[in-house]
Design a protein around this ligand. Structure first.
Ligand SMILES: [Zn+2]
Length: 67
């Protein structure tokens, strides 16, 4: 079974990190996901803060979604 997913809005292929940050920020039980760009639009913050969050969670190593 592949973990390949695409953005539900623009169909862009999603990296595992994009899926993880979506679960973290929106819903842990989500079955559909947004890419960083579309998530940035939805959260009205743009993609930059989201990329920083991904880097933060990855560096912290505590979150099970970012191992
Ligand atoms: Zn998208």
């Amino acid at each position: 079974m592949s973990f390949y997913r695409t953005c539900m809005k623009c169909d862009a292929p999603l990296a595992a990190d994009e899926v993880a940050i979506y679960m973290k920020l929106v819903s842990r039980t989500a079955r559909e996901f947004l890419c960083i760009d579309c998530l940035g639009v939805q959260l009205h913050c743009g993609r930059e803060p989201i990329e920083k969050l991904i880097a933060y969670f990855r560096a912290s190593g505590h979150c099970v979604l970012f191992r």
